[in-house]
Design a protein around this ligand. Structure first.
Ligand code: ADP
Ligand code: MG
Ligand code: MG
Length: 252
């Protein structure tokens, strides 16, 4: 499997420091959950990994199998096997979901190694069935008129089809009803393998009732302040974040 390594990462937005030294490592075969109160920098981390121009890395490193991610163009990050849901466009005029997916898969492959149309359709059908998606979703224009739940399922379909080595999923669970949450979790669980690592960013513990993470991290004030196993998420669910603030002497 691959390894994404983040070391002492500092990130500023418009001159204001948001991330103040984040350390995190995600390897193939591992599922990590990153939790924390609102506004503590979780999405900033995800945007910085993705290479969003607004998020300036002022110091620290991000590497993927030892390669400097910060030196890579955004689409190169996808090519080496990083997946960030946000990296993919919300809508492209006149491009169907199926066309988009097929070109996303092929852009990660060498010339001559492209997925055949038959194989692509077979895989997509199978995965859409697992995600309980309507068949017509394949031929609909990408994200156009998709409901919130359909968009999230579609993000998981993208994940399952593209088969990245490491995925960062930011708030994949937000706004989902319980049935959609189960389906999205089923897709992520289906991906579990030594070849796949995942960082699930979530504000809520409820997703973790369906996806059991190997590691749980808490971010506060721009740093990962605590790491543990699944029991950490359960304690957060029961007690909130105050006990950590007290433990660390953090003031709001
Ligand atoms: P989280 O995902 O943990 O809720 P964010 O990373 O979204 O937190 O936000 C962290 C801090 O950075 C907040 O104070 C937020 O207001 C600020 N921030 C995030 N994105 C932007 C942006 N695009 N422009 C200005 N400030 C931002
Ligand atoms: Mg530092
Ligand atoms: Mg966020």
């Amino acid at each position: 499997g691959s390894t994404l390594t983040i070391k002492d990462l500092h990130v500023s937005i418009e001159g204001k420091e948001i991330l103040k030294g984040v350390n995190l490592e995600v390897k193939g075969g591992e599922i990590h959950a990153l939790m924390g109160p609102n506004g503590t920098g979780k999405s900033t981390l995800s945007s910085a990994i993705m290479g969003h121009p607004k998020y300036k890395v002022t110091s620290g490193t991000i590497t993927f199998d030892g390669e400097d991610v910060l030196e890579m163009e955004v689409d190169e990050r996808a090519r080496v096997g990083l997946f960030l849901a946000m990296q993919y466009p919300s809508e492209i005029n006149g491009v169907t979901n199926a066309d988009f997916l097929r070109s996303a898969i092929n852009s990660r492959r060498e010339e001559g190694e492209e997925i055949s149309l038959m194989k692509f359709i077979r895989q997509m059908d199978k995965k859409m069935e697992l995600l309980e998606m309507d068949e017509d979703m394949a031929q609909r224009y990408l994200n156009e008129g998709f409901s919130g739940g359909e968009k999230k399922r579609n993000e998981i379909l993208q994940l399952m089809m593209i088969e990245p080595k490491i995925a960062i999923l930011d708030e994949i669970d937000s706004g989902l009803d319980i049935d959609a949450l189960k389906v999205v979790s089923k897709g992520i669980n289906e991906m579990r393998s030594e070849e796949f690592g995942c960082l699930i960013i979530t504000h809520y513990q409820r997703l973790l009732n369906y996806i059991s993470p190997d590691y749980v991290h808490v971010m506060m004030q721009g740093r990962v302040v605590k790491s543990g196993g699944p029991e950490l998420a359960q304690r957060l669910e029961a007690e909130g974040y105050d006990w950590i603030k007290q433990e660390l002497g953090i003031e709001d």
